[in-house]
Ligand binder design. Structure first.
Ligand SMILES: [Zn+2]
Length: 113
């Protein structure tokens, strides 16, 4: 239960830290990345409290996590070379990437316990 709560509380802290004026919108975007857990629907059983998500579910594997890193850092790199100029899109992609990376870190911590 603590694990699930952290998926809401940690993004709230991040949202307040990085965008205090629009924290609610930022928090909603970060929390929306929990949709990545839809890959649990492919598992049998769907939920197993003893199972480590990292490396088991398709969207929790290393290639997926690398892709999330690209979503986080890629937009700013593309902006630097002039290939992506829309700051709103850059910000949105970075939030999605950040939310996904934070999600994987929290799931990873859960694997340690
Ligand atoms: Zn997960």
């Amino acid at each position: 239960m603590l694990h699930i709560a952290l998926h809401f509380v940690v993004p709230a802290g991040l949202a307040l830290a990085i965008d205090r004026e629009r924290w609610l919108r930022t928090w909603l975007i970060l929390v929306a990345t929990m949709l990545v857990d839809l890959d649990h629907l492919l598992a049998d059983p769907v939920y197993d409290p003893a199972r480590c998500s990292i490396g088991f579910h398709p969207l929790h594997t290393t290639p997926a996590i690398v892709a999330y890193g690209l979503v986080l850092f890629g937009p700013r790199a593309l902006n630097a070379i002039g290939a992506l100029r829309d700051e709103a899109i850059i910000w949105m992609l970075q939030l999605v990437g950040l939310g996904l990376i934070v999600h994987m870190v929290l799931d990873g911590i859960d694997c340690l316990t």
